[in-house]
Design a binder for this molecule. Structure first.
Ligand code: SAH
Ligand code: SF4
Ligand code: F3S
Length: 463
């Protein structure tokens, strides 16, 4: 009698885009591991290669296209290799992938990650191109165990999927669909399990997290969720992103201020400092309201830091509009800003407007804002010198393996000399120097230590 020997398949996932994608890649690996897959040590040795993709700007898409083109020959040499495209580009391009890249086996949209084992099984059964981008889908299953992310002691927890806003430049609502919140109980249970497995910091994720709960019964809000996660679990740090100024309220800020383990940091994109640009962007908030929120946040939490996103070169953005953005940046003094050159996305309302700011001007504005932000970051970081800060140690510093790197609750990156066994510990660090990006310090004590550090499996290549 023959005995069937089934070799366990190994899977590698390349992650592009935002933190939501990182969380979805972890979820995908989690469900696949539950069904017997192994995480491959690298792409070259994997039996299944997945790309979790981003459509937010053209550059993000181009990266995936060029990586997919590189795999054509490998697939010819090894027809058993399975290649899948997941996430936002999959949702947006759907079957077009198979025309352009016949060596892609599967295209799987933004609400199908939990169905991946079944989809791969189906694919192995008939070997044909498999398209799974069902519009009405929802993620209904979250694996109990998932592989660790980039930093073992930090985990992302998706709390609301999709986006019901209509920012005119943004592809997200069309590729990620309507808002669907997970229940408070489910989220709290997930955070509890993570905390029991040694996770110290969770970041609750939503494209527009301030509308969390709008679709749930019983008047559940982001404030309710923050309170529940804070009270029910003993997780050391809680963060949440991304805040939309239109939907952020003083009440949420009050809820935040009342919870000591909530990190004093907000990522709240302003996008522009010009009301007329904001209007055309369909943002639904004014510069004045934005500044008021920041003032209120700082009144309630004096040590809070604020990060923003800006888009330069939006259709019709004049020099004067841009100067207003410069003024806002100077007035608010962000800790950090992500600055993007406007990239028209097909099908969005803004794509119907002429992309009339020349690339050269977009580049100049981008450079100018980056330079200003870097000066502000340096000045603000200098203020930390001489202070003792709390750092959650993430691992060895990239530039100097003998040093450790981690973050403060205010999201400063801190580098300091310390023993490798401090990974995952909450430490206190005396800051003696800083640059615009980093605080440098001396280790001055352990606040809470950590268990063993498992290996790294998922990386993200583009924000
Ligand atoms: N709410 C989301 C936004 C995702 S997109 C979140 O979770 O952060 C991230 C940032 O990309 C946006 O804040 C915006 O600044 C930028 N962006 C979005 N669409 C863009 C486009 N068409 N061109 C350039 N930048 C864009
Ligand atoms: Fe994230 Fe948006 Fe990119 Fe999708 S399109 S990966 S939601 S940034
Ligand atoms: Fe995009 Fe605006 Fe939603 S930036 S993700 S439409 S909040």
């Amino acid at each position: 009698m023959y005995r069937l020997r089934v070799k366990t398949k190994s899977v590698h996932i390349n992650t592009f885009g935002c933190q939501m994608n990182k969380a979805d890649s972890e979820l995908s690996l989690g469900v696949l591991m539950e069904r017997g897959y192994r995480v491959a040590p690298d792409e070259a040795s994997a039996d299944v290669i997945l790309f979790n993709t981003c459509s937010v700007r053209q550059r993000a898409e181009d990266k995936v296209y060029s990586r997919l083109a590189q795999l054509r020959q490998r697939k010819e040499e090894n027809p058993g290799l399975l290649i899948g495209v997941l996430g936002c580009m999959a949702q947006k391009e759907a079957g077009a992938f198979f025309k352009r890249f016949p060596h892609v086996d599967m295209v799987c949209g933004t609400r199908m990650f939990d169905k991946l084992p079944d989809l791969l099984e189906k694919l192995e059964g008939n070997g044909k191109h498999l398209l799974a981008t069902g519009e009405a889908g929802n993620i209904t299953y979250y694996p109990k165990h998932r592989p660790p992310g980039r930093h073992t002691y930090q985990a992302f927890v998706t709390v609301i999927r999709g986006c019901d806003n209509k920012c005119s430049y943004c592809i997200v609502p069309s590729v990620r669909g309507h808002e669907i919140s997970r229940s408070v109980d489910e989220i709290v249970a997930e955070v509890e399990a993570l905390a029991q497995n040694g996770v110290k910091e969770v970041t609750l994720l939503g494209q527009n997290i301030n509308t969390y709960g709008n679709d749930l019964a019983g008047g559940v809000t982001l404030g309710t969720l923050l309170q529940a996660v804070h009270d029910v679990t003993d997780i050391a740090r809680i963060r949440f992103v991304t805040s939309h100024p239109k939907d952020m309220t003083p009440k949420t800020l009050e809820a935040m201020a009342a919870l000591p383990r909530l990190c004093r940091h907000l990522h709240m994109p302003a996008q522009s400092g010009s009301d007329s640009v904001l209007e055309r962007m369909g943002r639904g908030h004014t510069v004045e309201y934005y500044v008021k929120l920041i003032e209120e946040a700082r009144r309630l939490m004096p040590d809070i830091t604020i990060a923003s996103d800006f888009i330069v070169g939006f259709p019709g953005e004049t020099d004067r509009d841009f100067e207003e953005t410069v003024r806002l940046m100077k007035a608010v003094r962000f800790q950090n800003s992500f600055i993007f050159k406007y990239s028209p996305r097909p099908g969005t309302p803004a794509a119907a407007l002429a992309d009339d700011v020349p690339l050269e001007v977009k580049k100049q504005r981008n450079q100018k804002l980056l330079k200003l932000q870097s000066e502000i970051s340096l000045e603000e970081n200098r203020k930390q010198v001489g202070k003792t800060v709390e750092v959650l140690v993430e691992g060895p510093s990239k530039n100097d393996q003998r040093r450790l790197v981690g973050r403060t609750p205010q999201n400063h990156i801190a580098v300091f000399e310390g023993r490798p066994d401090l990974h995952g510990s909450l430490t206190s660090v005396e800051v003696y120097d800083s640059t615009s990006l980093t605080l440098f310090g001396r280790f001055s004590g352990v606040l809470a230590s950590s268990p063993e550090n498992p290996p790294v499996v998922a990386t993200t290549e583009d924000r």
